[in-house]
Design a protein around this ligand. Structure first.
Ligand code: NAD
Length: 494
């Protein structure tokens, strides 16, 4: 892996530059603990330069016809596609997820990039008749200005691409701060955009801590909108702070996603869904299935089958084909997961499997299952962000839905049932941004909206046509060609 070792710079105004602080940090591979890159710790001054560069680039980029911007974004999609395998391997090394999942991460970036490129020839507004004669009414979309994108580490390419591509196609210029756990893939993405022809200053990347670089972005008055994906605590702080400069803020935060398994479910299919949703990406997905709410008539069979399958999952380096579950991102997160397992045991939950760090080099945690979990326990309510699944009993559908809804988050949800009635009840009643029927809590597609309710966000949706809502302002246009004064609501009798 030594070939990946490199010193990376900040990307400001089209130039790769050292940080003004002179400080750097190491990017560590979680499976091997090797250093794979050295990155700049940006200070407030660097953030200021990046925002200024984005502001300078805005007039030309926003005036470039959207279909021309689309051509550039389309080229970026092609490059991403050509480099898919190489990027996926780098992603597995940097973030840890197993190679097939890393390919999925890169594919999601490719998909959103093509999708956004196509928006260059849409960016639709509305037209509607006027209530007055000789008058046209329509809406047009305008870019917002300098937008800031702050991203987490669990989807190192997909999440940045989900934000960058819609922001760019809409004509905004960008300051992008990736997570310090996965800056390498972020830098690759920025290089690809540059190679595709995105002009200098349109995309600027600053690496460094949330405390310094992140805060400087949030506090910069010239940043007009922010799109943030990360934890609830950080999201809350950003929302409060950004209100001081009246920034538009989009928040995609945590989850505590339930899978409901009804007594008429295909149990084997549900077990597949829990293995994939609970232990895929080592449980480090905002949509991870961390609560499995099972009808009491089938919980014994379900538990037995789940345990048999989960017990066979093989931990290891994600580059190896034999690996089912990769490492945890860093030691802090590993300790947090271990801490939650202690909390679960102390709260009276029964540990069925795992519950501890694996005895191997790297940040590995054993796939973990708790049973006899009740909704008052912290492991049933708080986001653990690790390979920990809690089994919860339910007496009927109503009880299952009530339990599903009894947490502060509301991102993804799922129900396994053969009954249409139960499926539609869950669709209607579960408080979540996504509901899957007979599929796990994960697996969103880029042409559909993505986001959550309650503490998972502030009502915005990424991807799909909603991605443009995040990054455009609507202007309503009234065009009067009557040649006389016409007064809406007054000249027409009711
Ligand atoms: P985090 O909140 O610690 O960090 C996210 C980003 O915010 C990082 O780039 C970090 O440097 C930056 N940051 C931290 N403090 C900041 C501050 N004060 N000001 C500005 N920026 C700051 O989250 P994380 O650990 O990187 O990611 C895991 C979290 O992300 C989980 O809660 C997970 O559920 C959530 N997530 C949500 C979604 C979604 O779409 N809803 C998707 C993926 C991850």
């Amino acid at each position: 892996m030594g070939e990946c070792m490199q010193e990376y710079k900040l990307f400001i105004g089209g130039e790769w530059a050292d940080s003004s602080t002179g400080e750097t940090f190491k990017d560590t591979a979680p499976a091997t603990l090797e250093t794979i890159g050295i990155f700049q710790k940006a200070g407030a001054q660097d953030v200021g330069r990046a925002v200024d560069a984005a502001e300078d680039a805005f007039p030309a980029w926003s005036s470039t016809p959207a279909p021309q911007r689309g051509k550039i974004i389309f080229r970026a999609a092609r490059i991403l596609e050509e480099r898919k395998e190489e990027l996926s391997r780098k992603l597995t090394i940097e973030m840890g997820k197993v190679l097939p999942e890393a390919r999925g991460d890169v594919q999601e970036a490719i998909d959103i990039t093509y999708y956004a490129a196509g928006e260059g020839r849409r960016l639709f507004g509305e037209t509607t008749p006027s209530e007055l004669p000789d008058k046209a009414c329509m809406t047009v979309r305008r870019p917002i200005g300098v937008v800031a994108l702050i991203t987490p580490w669990n989807f190192p390419v997909a999440i940045p691409a989900w934000k960058l591509m819609p922001a760019l196609i809409a004509g905004n210029t960008v300051v992008f701060k990736p997570s310090s756990d996965t800056p390498m893939l972020a830098a690759e993405l920025v290089k690809i955009l540059t190679e595709a022809g995105v002009p200098a200053g349109v995309v600027n990347m600053v690496t460094g801590s949330g405390e310094v670089a992140g805060k400087a972005i949030v506090n910069n008055m010239k940043v007009r909108a922010m799109s943030f994906t990360g934890s609830l605590d950080t999201g809350k702080w950003i929302l409060g702070e950004a209100s001081k400069s009246m920034k538009r803020v989009s928040l995609e935060l945590g989850g505590k996603n339930p899978i409901i398994v009804m007594d008429d479910a295909n149990i084997d299919l549900a077990v597949d869904g829990v293995i994939w949703g609970g232990f895929g990406t080592s449980g480090q997905r905002c949509t991870a299935a961390s609560r499995v709410i099972v009808h009491e008539k089938v919980i014994d069979t379900f538990r037995e089958k789940l345990l048999a399958r989960a017990g066979k999952l093989r931990l290891g380096n994600g580059l190896l084909e034999s690996t089912d579950v990769g490492p945890i991102i860093n030691n802090t997160q590993l300790r947090k997961i271990a801490g939650y397992c202690d909390i679960g045991k102390n709260e009276g939950a029964t540990l069925l499997l795992g519950g501890k760090q694996a005895k191997m080099n790297g940040y590995f945690f054993e796939p973990t299952i708790f049973t006899d979990v009740t909704m008052d326990m912290r492991i049933a309510r708080e986001e653990i962000f690790g390979p920990v699944v809690s089994l919860i009993n339910a007496s009927d559908l109503g009880d299952a839905i009530e339990k599903a809804n009894s947490v502060e988050y509301g991102l993804s949800s799922s129900i396994y049932t053969e009954s249409m009635r139960s499926a539609f009840k869950a669709i209607e009643k579960v408080d979540a941004g996504l509901t899957y029927v007979n599929a796990s809590t994960i697996g969103s597609e880029v042409h559909l909206p993505f986001g959550g309710v309650k503490a998972t966000g502030n009502g915005t949706r990424e991807a799909g046509s909603t991605a443009l809502e995040e990054f455009t302002e609507l202007k309503t246009v009234y065009f009067d060609y009557s040649g006389r004064l016409q007064r809406a609501q007054i000249d027409i009798e009711g």
